[in-house]
Design a protein around this ligand. Structure first.
Ligand SMILES: Cc1cc2nc3c(=O)[nH]c(=O)nc-3n(C[C@H](O)[C@H](O)[C@H](O)COP(=O)(O)OP(=O)(O)OC[C@H]3O[C@@H](n4cnc5c(N)ncnc54)[C@H](O)[C@@H]3O)c2cc1C
Length: 588
């Protein structure tokens, strides 16, 4: 997807001029959402969110409301938070407006998922060009509300691509062009102020985009690390009953058991899939971080190549807001870190450091888990995935299975031709205080809050050695010396773990290709999948930043809920991307 920098709307949105809440005037709407598990609305021209707030209020007022309400709002020129606050200064639904203002995200060209009512009301705020988003959204919409600018046939066809049969359209003004365009796109008149989607030919969803287990009301997650915990959390929020199984004697005993780790976004001049995925993941985590005792906010990433002026130019060109990232000279960065730094740095105010095991514990707090249960085999019988131990005894079964087994996935997925690698990493602990904010560059350093610091980390492919190695400690110390410009004593302690890496350094999230598939394979979305099975792994060295978004993607793919990322990011993390690449190299 081509992303353009986001320009905030210059205008405030006074309540007096707020648009009429069309969705709420649609008398038919509550009847349609009543009793439903999920109801999805899409508004073009989100503006100050008046329709969203009115719809949310109507949902609240309806005792027979749907379980989950998803409101997709597309806006090219969103207001800044201060303008939003002014727009809702005298709002009738003041409490809801306050919650929206508090959750308002940094204005980056992303799909921002903002959750309310414990996740039962989700606003997916798509910032950027309408057509770009209509092409990229992965969702099935029940009701559309169109702003006055919509009418051209191409845009309306894109809209129809997202419509569920029977989806309604409400519009600010019913011009003949709009009505004709909607008719051509498969809509018909459904009432005096309404059209409905009634296509002559049902549109077929691509095989790789069919929900993997839309009817499942329960799920089994294998792996109680960051990936498994995030998937379990997201599935529970979609209303599923979830159980977690892990071979270890407790949660977060694998790579996710590290004492501390960094999380942050990234930026790159080309704003390609890596930069956009990192940004989407960092923003998602930022929105949903629970209170953790280990949490440290703000992160400095030293810039080794660009001078400050070029860093500032990059920020200007991408119009990335200061809540997301700032460019600091060496002096300002040193003041923040509380130590002398030789380089300028990127400050990620929403980034930071935390103890991953604490995050896992929080995410799994209310989810039943069984430990000491090692999955050795898997079979599908009667629409259920059955998990077996090494003697072939059934451990558990479920119509939806999530594999989040960290580096053990390399062996477990060996039959699926995924070019994944296992990398050993070692952290070192030093008995001297660390920087005031977590610091990254080549290597990283995090104060432990108790007079010491964690620094790291080493990288060695296919290295199963579980012992701490002094050579690795020395390598970590050398990196920390480069960052800090100081020499240090030998470390006292450390930790070894293993990362799972895909060659393109993006995670693997989604269904596995159905074996023996011979059809069209030029894009992952055309490749049919094994039913009821989702993989969430290969979180590489970014598991803290990525896990939450990966879990949300896994849950959306399983249940058919609107996806929290755009289609090209979904393709970028899809395990089937390697089959696509293989077929491109060796066409049958
Ligand atoms: C030294 C080092 C430093 C790092 N630093 C950072 C950092 O600063 N920031 C960051 O974001 N990331 C960092 N990472 C990466 C991060 O730790 C990982 O991306 C993340 O922990 C992976 O989570 P996971 O849930 O996929 O795997 P894991 O945490 O390894 O969890 C996998 C779980 O699956 C279970 N399991 C496996 N096989 C089976 C089976 N057959 N049956 C049942 N259960 C099974 C395991 O017991 C384990 O609990 C670092 C990693 C290392 C090694």
């Amino acid at each position: 997807m081509k992303t353009s920098p986001i320009q905030a709307a210059a205008l405030a949105f006074p309540d007096a001029g707020a648009p009429q809440p069309l969705f709420v005037k649609d008398k038919d709407l509550p009847a349609r959402w009543q009793g439903r598990e999920r109801f999805v609305l899409l508004e073009t021209g989100f503006g100050g969110g008046h329709h969203f707030l009115a719809t949310w209020q109507a949902w609240r007022d309806d005792p027979q409301r749907c379980e989950r309400l998803v409101f997709i709002g597309i806006e090219k020129r969103p207001p800044r938070r201060s303008d939003l606050a002014r727009a809702h200064a005298t709002a009738p639904d003041a409490d809801l407006a306050r919650q929206l203002i508090e959750a308002w995200p940094p204005l980056t060209p992303n799909l921002h998922a903002l959750d309310f009512e414990g996740g039962r009301v989700r606003l997916l705020l798509a910032l950027g060009d309408l057509r770009d988003w209509l092409k990229e959204l992965v969702a099935e919409v029940d009701a559309f509300c169109l702003d006055a600018s919509i009418g051209d046939p191409y845009t309306l066809k894109l809209l129809a691509r997202l419509a569920r049969p029977g989806a309604s359209v409400a519009a600010h003004s019913w011009t003949p062009t709009l009505q004709d365009g909607l008719r051509a796109a498969g809509f018909e008149v459904g009432g005096p102020t309404m059209m409905r989607f009634a296509p002559r030919h049902a549109m077929q969803k691509p095989a790789g985009r069919m929900p993997l287990a839309s009817d499942a009301r329960e799920a089994l997650v294998i792996g109680a690390g960051l990936a498994g915990a995030a998937c379990a959390r997201a599935l529970v929020r979609q209303g599923l009953k979830v159980q977690v199984l892990d071979a270890a004697e407790g949660p977060a005993r694998g790579a996710s058991g590290n004492p501390m780790g960094l999380f942050h976004g990234s930026l790159h001049g080309a704003d390609g899939v890596h930069a956009r995925f990192n940004r989407a993941a960092a923003l998602a985590l930022n929105n949903a971080l629970p209170a953790l005792t280990s949490l440290q906010r703000g992160l400095l990433r030293l810039e080794m190549d660009l001078p400050l002026a070029q860093m500032q130019e990059r920020l200007r060109a991408q119009a990335l807001p200061p809540e997301y990232v700032q460019a600091l000279g060496a002096e300002a960065a040193s003041a923040l870190a509380g130590m002398q730094l030789a380089n300028p740095a990127w400050l990620f105010p929403g980034g930071g450091a935390l103890a991953p095991f604490e995050l896992v514990q929080q995410w799994l707090a209310d989810i039943p888990a069984r430990y000491g249960q090692s999955m050795a085999g898997l079979r599908r019988e009667g629409g259920q995935w059955q998990v077996l131990d090494d003697r072939g005894v059934l451990l558990a079964q479920s119509p939806l299975l999530v594999l989040a087994t960290g580096h053990a996935s390399a062996a477990l997925l060996a039959d699926h031709a995924l070019p994944i690698e296992v990398e050993r990493g070692q952290l070192s602990h030093l008995p001297s205080p660390g920087p005031r904010v977590p610091l990254a560059g080549s290597g990283y350093a995090i104060d432990d809050g108790a007079g010491g610091l964690w620094c790291g980390a080493t990288r060695a492919l296919n290295d199963p050695d579980p012992q701490l190695r002094s050579a690795d400690h020395e390598s970590n110390l050398a990196q920390w010396s480069v960052l800090s410009g100081q020499a240090f004593d030998a470390p006292l302690a450390g930790r070894v773990g293993w990362r799972l890496l895909a060659p393109d350094r993006l995670p693997l999230v989604g269904g596995l290709p159905a074996p023996g598939f011979e059809g069209r394979a030029d894009q992952p979305r055309f490749i049919p999948r094994l039913p009821g099975l989702v993989v969430c792994t290969a979180l590489a060295s970014r598991g803290i930043t990525w896990a939450l978004l990966c879990g949300e993607i896994a849950a959306a793919l399983a249940t058919g809920a609107p996806c929290p990322v755009e289609a090209d990011l979904l393709d970028a993390v899809d395990p089937a991307r390697y089959l696509v690449r293989q077929r491109r190299r060796n066409p049958a």
